[in-house]
Design a protein around this ligand. Structure first.
Ligand code: PHE
Ligand code: NA
Length: 508
C-alpha cells in the first residue's frame, strides 16, 4: 500500500485503454444477435432507455469508486467498496458490502474470460482461415467442425499468451500501448465494413437489401416490445459498457488523483456506443439481413461466426472482408480481456505480494483450467451446442453484473450520498448537477435495476415453474450435466471470491 501506484501515461492513452476495455466482443458478437432476436428496432427503445438510466449513471459511479480506491492504494473491488461503505456505515457492515462486491468482481473476471478467451481464439483462427481461403463451402458446418477439433485450441492458447505478454508489461508499456494501436485499427476496419455493408444489394432475395436491414434496426415495430426484450436490453448495457465487473474501477484506480472523470466517462460511453450502435448495428445487422432475411437474422450466438462468414464467402473479395471482420473481433476481444486479466494480476499483486510477471503466468494457468469445460464440452459431445457457456453467460449477464451494479448505486446514491457526488465532481471540467444525481443515481437507476431483477427472476424461475432445468436444454437432456457443471463452477468461484475478498479487506 505504501509503494506508489502506476499511472496512465497520457490522456489519449487513458481514453483508448478505457474504450478498449468497453469495446469488445459484446459490441460485435453479442449486440447484433441480441438486438436481432429481440425485434431489432423494438429492442432499441429499451436499449437507449437503459443506456441513459443505467449506463451513464453507473459508469460515472464506477470511475469515481476506482479513482478514490486508487488514491487509497486499492485496485480491486473488495477494499474499494469497503472504504466507500465505511463512510456511511459501521465497519462490520462495510466489510460485508465490500466482501460481496469483491466476490462478484472476482467471479466475473474469472468466469467471463473462461469463455471470452475462446471466442478470441476463434476470431484469430477464423481470420487466418479467411486469409488463406480455407473455408469449407458451408461455414455453418465449418463452425461446428471447428469447435469440435481439439487442434483449434492452439489459437486459444496463443490468445492467452498474447494477453499474458501485454499485461506483464504493466499499465503504460503494456495495456496502454496496445490499446493505442489496436483501437484505431479497429475503428478503421469497422468503418470499411460499414461502408461495404451499406452498398450491398442482396444477391439472395431482392426484398432483403442491406437498406431494409437498416430499416429493421432503426424503425421500431412497437408491437414487438416486450418485458423480455427490455431485460435483454438492460443486460446488454451492463455487458457492453463493462459495468458490474470491477474492471472499469480497476482501470480508474490508475488515474492521477484529480483527473477529470466526468469527461472521460462520457468519452468512454460515446466511443463504445459508436462501435456498438453505428458499427455493430449499421454494419453487421444490415449485412446479415441482406443475406439471411428477416427470419434468418434471428440467429444465435453463432451470428458472428456462422452467418457473417457465410455472407463473406459469397461476395467478391470476401476473403479480405472476412479477415477484416475477424481481426476486428480479435482486437476488440483482446483489449477487453486484458482488463479482466489485469484485474486478477492486480489482485495477486495486492493481496499476495506476487509480482506482475509471476502473476501474469499464474492467471494464464488459471484461465487454462477454467476454460477447459468449454473446450471439453464441444470436443467430447461432438457438437457446437455450448450449453455450459450459455448457462455461465446467463448467470453473469442477468444476475452477477446487475447485482454488483445495484450494490454500487445503493451505496453511492443512498448511503454516501452528497459527499459521493462531491468526490465524483472533483477535477471535472464540467460537473454532474445535483438534480441529475437526485433523479438518476438516487431514484431512476436503482428503481430500474430492481425492476429488472424482479422481472428476470420471474421469467427464469416462476414462468419456468421453478424447474431446475432452463428451457434451452430441456429438449436436449444429454447436455444437462454440462449445465449443472456450469452452475457448480459459478457457485464454487463465488465462494472462493467471498473468502478471498473478506480476507483482503481484513488484512488492510
Ligand atoms: N465490455 C466488454 C464487451 O463489450 C465486456 C467485457 C469486458 C467482457 C472484458 C469480457 C472482458 O465485450
Ligand atoms: Na462493449
Amino acid at each position: 500500500m505504501t509503494e506508489s501506484r502506476e499511472n496512465w501515461g497520457s490522456k489519449i492513452g487513458l481514453i483508448l485503454a478505457m474504450a478498449g476495455n468497453a469495446v469488445g466482443l459484446g459490441n460485435f458478437w453479442r449486440f447484433p444477435y441480441v438486438a436481432a432476436s429481440n425485434g431489432g428496432g423494438a429492442f432499441m427503445v429499451p436499449y437507449f432507455f437503459a443506456l441513459i438510466v443505467i449506463g451513464i449513471p453507473i459508469m460515472l459511479v464506477e470511475w469515481s469508486i476506482g479513482r478514490y480506491g486508487g488514491k487509497h492504494g486499492h485496485g480491486t473491488l473488495g477494499p474499494m467498496m469497503y472504504i466507500q461503505a465505511k463512510q456511511a456505515m459501521s465497519p462490520k457492515k462495510a466489510i460485508i458490502v465490500g466482501s460481496l462486491c469483491g466476490m462478484i468482481a472476482f467471479a466475473v473476471t474469472i468466469l467471463v474470460n473462461s469463455y471470452y478467451n475462446h471466442i478470441i481464439g476463434w476470431s484469430l483462427g477464423f481470420a487466418i482461415h479467411s486469409l488463406l481461403g480455407t473455408y469449407k463451402s458451408d461455414p455453418g458446418a465449418f463452425f461446428g467442425a471447428y469447435v469440435q477439433d481439439p487442434k483449434m485450441l492452439v489459437f486459444w492458447v496463443i490468445s492467452l499468451g498474447i494477453l499474458a505478454t501485454a499485461v506483464m508489461k504493466g499499465i503504460q508499456d503494456g495495456i496502454e500501448s496496445w490499446a493505442k494501436i489496436m483501437m484505431p485499427v479497429l475503428y478503421v476496419f469497422g468503418i470499411i465494413l460499414g461502408i461495404r455493408a451499406l452498398t450491398l444489394g442482396s444477391p439472395i432475395n431482392p426484398d432483403w437489401s442491406s437498406l431494409k436491414g437498416l430499416n429493421f434496426v432503426w424503425n421500431p415495430d412497437f408491437s414487438q416490445l416486450s418485458w423480455s426484450s427490455a431485460i435483454a436490453a438492460a443486460g446488454q448495457i451492463f455487458f457492453t459498457l463493462s459495468l458490474g465487473m470491477g474492471i472499469i474501477q480497476n482501470y480508474a484506480s490508475y488515474l492521477k488523483p484529480d483527473e477529470d472523470i466526468i469527461t472521460a466517462s462520457v468519452a468512454t460511453v460515446s466511443l463504445n456506443e459508436f462501435a456498438e450502435v453505428v458499427l455493430g448495428g449499421t454494419a453487421v445487422i444490415p449485412i446479415a439481413y441482406a443475406f439471411l432475411g428477416p427470419e434468418g437474422i434471428k440467429g444465435s450466438i453463432g451470428l458472428a461466426f456462422m452467418a457473417l462468414p457465410n455472407v463473406f464467402s459469397t461476395m467478391t473479395g470476401g476473403g479480405i472482408f472476412g479477415a477484416l471482420w475477424f481481426l476486428l473481433l480479435f482486437f476488440a476481444g483482446i483489449t477487453s480481456a486484458i482488463a479482466m486479466y489485469n484485474y486478477l494480476v492486480a489482485l495477486l499483486e495486492e493481496d499476495a505480494g506476487i509480482d506482475r510477471k509471476k502473476g501474469a503466468w499464474i492467471v494464464f494457468i488459471g484461465y487454462l483450467i477454467v476454460g477447459a469445460p468449454i473446450a471439453l464440452e464441444s470436443v467430447l459431445t461432438k457438437s457446437a451446442n455450448l450449453m455450459y457457456f450459455t448457462e455461465v453467460d446467463n448467470w453473469i449477464g442477468n444476475y452477477l453484473l446487475i447485482v454488483l451494479g445495484l450494490i454500487e448505486i445503493v451505496v453511492i446514491g443512498w448511503c454516501v450520498k452528497d459527499s459521493a457526488l462531491e468526490e465524483m465532481n472533483k477535477g471535472g471540467l464540467w460537473k454532474v448537477p445535483k438534480w441529475f444525481f437526485r433523479l438518476f443515481h438516487q431514484f431512476l437507476t436503482p428503481v430500474t435495476i430492481i425492476t429488472f431483477l424482479v422481472f428476470f427472476t420471474r421469467d427464469y424461475w416462476i414462468q419456468g415453474n421453478f424447474k431446475l432445468i432452463p428451457s434451452y436444454v430441456s429438449s436436449t437432456p444429454e447436455f444437462i450435466p454440462w449445465v449443472n457443471l456450469g452452475r457448480a463452477v459459478v457457485i464454487i468461484v463465488l465462494v472462493i471470491g467471498f473468502i478471498q475478498s473478506y480476507k483482503s479487506i481484513k488484512s488492510k
